[in-house]
Design a binder for this molecule. Structure first.
Ligand SMILES: *[C@@H]1O[C@H](CO)[C@@H](O)[C@H](O)[C@H]1NC(C)=O
Ligand SMILES: *[C@@H]1O[C@H](CO)[C@@H](O)[C@H](O)[C@H]1NC(C)=O
Ligand SMILES: *[C@@H]1O[C@H](CO)[C@@H](O)[C@H](O)[C@H]1NC(C)=O
Length: 404
């Protein structure tokens, strides 16, 4: 009798133990699953609602090379081995040596298609690929070879009667900067619940992109907008461009992709989007707000450097708005804090912090050479991996006070 009771008790104990063990294993798997799903999905700067570009966005980043991109991941191995080890001393962040091999096969073939298509007739003749530069040398390169300036009223055909009075009278450099600490705020979904708003607003100037709002998201992205960089597609086709009031704050800059190294007259004959009419309408509605047009040569000047330092051929399409915005701020500021361009630990299912649905274009960039842009930003980062991991923050030095 006693033996039977004992045996029963023992079997209950064994059962309870197994249950406990199963729960433990399940929890660990969930943790590992979280890290594995922390893919480099933060295509935070992908052009909003650009059909052509969205078309080639990826689905869920099923096989983005977690292994290669997150090499030596102590967080992952410690969760596997023992629950009670101390927090890892280093952080799982973007690997600046990432290459197209790290892309899922679908994105690899899209990259190849773009290489073959060569829509912008790129004929790169410079050094590389794979030229190794120190961060210092790269900064000097950027300063000396990328001319961040705007189309001016004296540039043909903007000097004709059709354009009289439409471009801002004052030079961009007298309106913008110089500033000390600047923030570049991506539109990444992982900004959600970041609580970075106050930190972002504490900067001297803040740059935002396209249709990214601040209302209802102040806690996470702040309220200040000093510069808004918009693409020509938004200006040309977005129904709300002339209506939404958040565009009316700060300095606006529009950019439009040109054929590789076209000058202004050639580009004007073949813009990617015919922005003229909507640009003029906006200017008539808001004549006091500075609204510049980026010189079409600038994105390709930056692209040339990306190509030179990248280990392989990059997409022959212009850099992302994100990369252009970072470059603009580097010329105007002593220090640039870039938020969620290099992905943080914050996992998100939404592509943009202001969109409630998952957008399949939330990728490592199929159209833009985003992977290589991120490598460059990681190479230039003077902040810590901890800042990237916890806050999605990369810190870059401005180009004003360089000694080259
Ligand atoms: C940059 O472009 C502007 C406008 O075309 C020009 O006036 C200026 O000389 C250029 N600067 C450099 C360093 O090339
Ligand atoms: C506009 O600029 C072009 C090229 O610099 C020049 O030839 C032309 O005379 C200018 N037109 C006007 C109306 O000033
Ligand atoms: C762009 O549109 C304007 C009028 O909206 C037109 O006059 C101009 O020819 C167009 N430009 C091109 C390159 O199609």
């Amino acid at each position: 009798m006693i033996q039977v009771i004992l045996r029963k008790k023992l079997s209950y104990c064994v059962l309870a133990f197994f249950l406990f063990a199963i729960i433990c294993v399940w929890k660990e798997r969930k943790k590992v699953g979280y890290y594995e799903s922390l893919k480099l999905e933060t295509e935070g700067f992908q052009v909003v609602s650009n059909q052509e570009k969205l078309l080639v966005g990826s689905g869920p980043q099923s096989s983005v090379g977690t292994q290669d991109l997150h090499t030596g991941n102590p967080a992952l191995s410690s969760t596997k081995s023992s629950v009670k080890t101390k927090p890892p001393p280093s952080f799982q962040v973007w690997n600046k040596e990432s290459s197209s091999r790290n892309l899922p096969s679908r994105l690899q073939s899209i990259r190849k298609n773009y290489l073959n298509m060569n829509k912008y007739k790129v004929s790169y003749k410079g050094p590389g690929p794979g030229v190794k530069l120190t961060p210092e040398a790269l900064r000097c390169y950027l300063r000396d070879r990328v001319n961040v300036s705007m189309v001016e009223a004296t540039d043909f055909p903007f000097n004709t009667s059709e354009w009289e009075g439409y471009l801002p009278g004052e030079n961009f450099r007298t309106k913008a900067g110089p500033w000390g600490r600047c923030a570049v705020v991506s539109s990444a979904g992982s900004l959600k619940s970041s609580q970075l708003g106050q930190e972002i607003d504490d900067h001297d100037a803040v740059l935002r992109f396209n249709a990214a709002p601040t209302a209802n998201f102040q806690q996470d992205v702040g309220t200040k907008t000093t510069i808004r960089l918009v693409n020509s597609q938004l200006v040309t086709t977005a129904g709300r461009f002339l209506k939404d009031s958040f565009y009316n704050e700060g300095i606006m800059i529009m950019w439009d992709p040109a054929i590789y190294h076209s000058d202004i007259p050639k580009w004007y004959k073949h813009p990617d989007y015919n922005f003229s009419s909507n640009y003029k309408s906006y200017r008539r509605l808001h004549p006091e707000q500075p609204f510049y047009i980026l010189r079409p040569q600038m994105p390709w000047e930056l692209w040339d450097i990306l190509q030179e330092i990248s280990p392989e051929k990059i997409q022959p399409n212009p850099p992302s708005s994100g990369m252009l915005g970072i470059m603009i701020m580097m010329t105007l500021c002593d220090q640039v804090d870039v938020y969620e361009f290099l992905p943080s630990k914050r996992k998100t299912d939404v592509c943009y912090y202001f969109q409630k649905f998952f957008d399949s274009a939330c990728t490592m960039g199929a159209y833009h050479p985003l992977l290589f842009e991120k490598n460059m930003v990681k190479h230039l980062n003077v902040g810590t991996d901890e800042d990237i991991y916890l806050h999605g923050k990369a810190t870059l030095l401005g180009l004003k006070n360089l000694h080259c």
